[in-house]
Design a protein around this ligand. Sequence first.
Ligand SMILES: Nc1nc2c(ncn2[C@@H]2O[C@H](COP(=O)(O)OP(=O)(O)OP(=O)(O)O)[C@@H](O)[C@H]2O)c(=O)[nH]1
Ligand SMILES: [Mg+2]
Length: 330
Amino acid sequence: MPANLPPEYFDAEKRFKQAATPAEKIIALEDLIATVPKHKGTDKLRADLRRKLSQLRQEAVRKKKGGRGDLYVVQKEGAAQIALVGFPNTGKSSLLACLTNATPVIAEYPISTLTPLPGMMPFEDVQIQLVDLPPIGNEATDGWVSGILRYADGLLLVVNLNDDPDVQAELLIDQLERWNIHLILNLKSQISNSQSPAGVFKKALIVANKKDLTETEDSFIILKGKYEHMYQCISISALEKEKLEDLRRAIFELSGIIRVYSKPPGKEPDLSKPFAIPSGSTILDLASFIHKEFVFNLKFARIWGSAKFDGQRVEKNYILKDKDIIEIHI
Ligand SMILES: Nc1nc2c(ncn2[C@@H]2O[C@H](COP(=O)(O)OP(=O)(O)OP(=O)(O)O)[C@@H](O)[C@H]2O)c(=O)[nH]1
Ligand SMILES: [Mg+2]
């Protein structure tokens, strides 16, 4: 046993010994490792603890094999599914807690999130699903985390303003590239999420968290200088709940959906429940979404909102805009 271990080590060691479940053991051991000072005298101890941690993580994944489906796939709910990607401690779980009704583990120690956790974020009259994930760079979880990213409708790259956010963003994008997950440059482009032999293409937004900390303004300027022409960058504080409304709107825009409302001929529109459909959808796409039969019977539609005048007659290939009201004639 190396000399000069701090009292926190012994407290953490006690908690590790008392931990009952595999998840608790992993968390307690991560905690314990964080208390060991880094110097020559502790090399062997740190290596032993790391080996133990890696073994526990492998066991945890093996034990989950029976319920593998639950661990690897997050059932989509709501209008779109957006995944949170980032390095340890950047505030992914804090964000999920701020924006949704989910109650994730939030902690000062790294790798506090071990399994995916979804939550629903209301934005005006739609619900968007956010998925909190373990951090990138952990060999025990990277495999299935990257699997979830491939299925998401958009990615939030969460970086910490206190720790060279531009470098974090670069490393994250590099890692995604290695998984053949390519980010679509510029949200406003017409390209949508797609798949090809070269990999998947995803829309992304850079969320720079912890703007409440001092001297973070300059790092946001550097981040924007490097990335703003490619991805929207937004600085927020999950802790102080700053700029969260801007973030909600940016997430809605990232989701690539629009809301349209239907109106039976001669009646008032039903504004209580929108149809959430991909942006770029036409009247015909909407018709097939509402009812398969409509595709064959559709004659034309009248539209309130994006057309030149209210109630204007439009054809099947008319491209809908967010908040249009549509009267379908069959
Ligand atoms: N000052 C400040 N601290 C924050 C903010 N958001 C989160 N934190 C703190 O940062 C630490 C990590 O937060 P988490 O939300 O657990 O981070 P995470 O990215 O989910 O971490 P992992 O799951 O380990 O990857 C916690 O101590 C939070 O209280 C913020 O906006 N400002
Ligand atoms: Mg977390």
